[in-house]
Write a protein that binds this ligand. Structure first.
Ligand SMILES: Cc1cc2nc3c(=O)[nH]c(=O)nc-3n(C[C@H](O)[C@H](O)[C@H](O)COP(=O)(O)OP(=O)(O)OC[C@H]3O[C@@H](n4cnc5c(N)ncnc54)[C@H](O)[C@@H]3O)c2cc1C
Length: 252
């Protein structure tokens, strides 16, 4: 922990929204108001949701807003209770103990980016996109999900950024196949994030992602039980699905 992190501080749910089916956005504030720690795109919070029930949630709001930390949580009906606790208990006025923010998935400065989000994996990507855009980078976002209704922030992203954002609702376009989209190596950094989904052949949020093993750049991937995978790579051009490989727990 650093002095800039919360260490089990109790925050209050000041706002709650429903940006998509099965997704709750919480705005967390200090009970008496006041500044919260600074954070950068890719950072997450640990939420203590019960005894032995700590879950990570990426910050999806605006880092310039120091009064509120925003997380978007997808309900996992088959899960062990973390997301269910958020959906059922964390209503406005409720409190929750929080640790962080911590960033294991930082946005590295580059002239070009390709962002790939699967389902709720849009959460860390959303502030990254805003950052890249503000920095004048050349960027694109490819965002896949089961259906438009389940894709949080999709309309707002399209409205704000237009054609830089391409939406791939699986029920309209089928699985997002990066190999087809990216016939050529990408000149820049590629950031991918998505949950594991049994309905998507083990790929994140309906995305079929292929990228080059050993491509060097940092990445983070958690084991299958947490069902969450984020990575940064340089060139998505191999012929093998990367996500299953990452579930084996070997970060690249
Ligand atoms: C850094 C980070 C950032 C994250 N950010 C977000 C975010 O912004 N939004 C968000 O909604 N989620 C995010 N997550 C995922 C989140 O932390 C929780 O994992 C998620 O909310 C599910 O928690 P749960 O307790 O409801 O389900 P879990 O019990 O964690 O289950 C999740 C999934 O894994 C399956 N599963 C459970 N146990 C096993 C097992 N032993 N073997 C195989 N599969 C199993 C479940 O069936 C379910 O589909 C993030 C995770 C990490 C690591």
């Amino acid at each position: 922990m650093t002095a800039d992190e919360l260490d089990g501080a109790e925050l209050v749910v000041a706002e709650r929204d429903r940006p998509a089916e099965g997704v709750a956005v919480l705005g967390l504030c200090r009970p008496g108001g006041g500044d919260l720690p600074a954070w950068s795109p890719g950072a997450h919070l640990d939420l203590e949701l019960g005894p032995g029930l700590v879950r990570q949630y990426s910050l999806c709001g605006d880092p310039a807003d120091r009064a509120t930390l925003r997380v978007a949580v997808q309900l996992e009906p088959q899960g062990r209770g973390g997301s269910r606790h958020v959906h059922e208990r964390l209503t406005p006025g409720a409190t929750v103990r929080v640790r962080g923010p911590r960033n294991n998935f930082p946005l590295v400065a580059a002239a070009r980016y390709l962002f790939v989000a699967g389902g709720i994996g849009i959460t860390p990507i959303r502030p990254m996109v805003a950052d890249a855009d503000a920095a004048g980078a050349d960027w694109r976002l490819v965002y896949g999900g089961r259906s438009r209704a389940t894709m949080a922030f999709a309309d707002a992203l399209r409205e704000k950024y237009g054609d830089r954002v391409r939406l791939f609702p699986q029920d309209e376009t089928g699985l997002l196949d990066l190999d087809e989209l990216l016939g050529q190596p990408v000149d820049g950094l590629v950031y991918c994030c998505g949950p594991n989904s049994s309905s998507s052949n083990g790929s994140p949020g309906g995305t079929r992602c292929r990228c080059s093993p050993g491509s060097g750049a940092a990445s983070r991937c958690t084991p299958p039980a947490s069902g969450w995978c984020c990575s940064r790579t340089r060139r998505p051009r191999c012929r093998k699905r990367c996500w299953r490989r990452r579930w084996s727990g070997t970060p690249r």
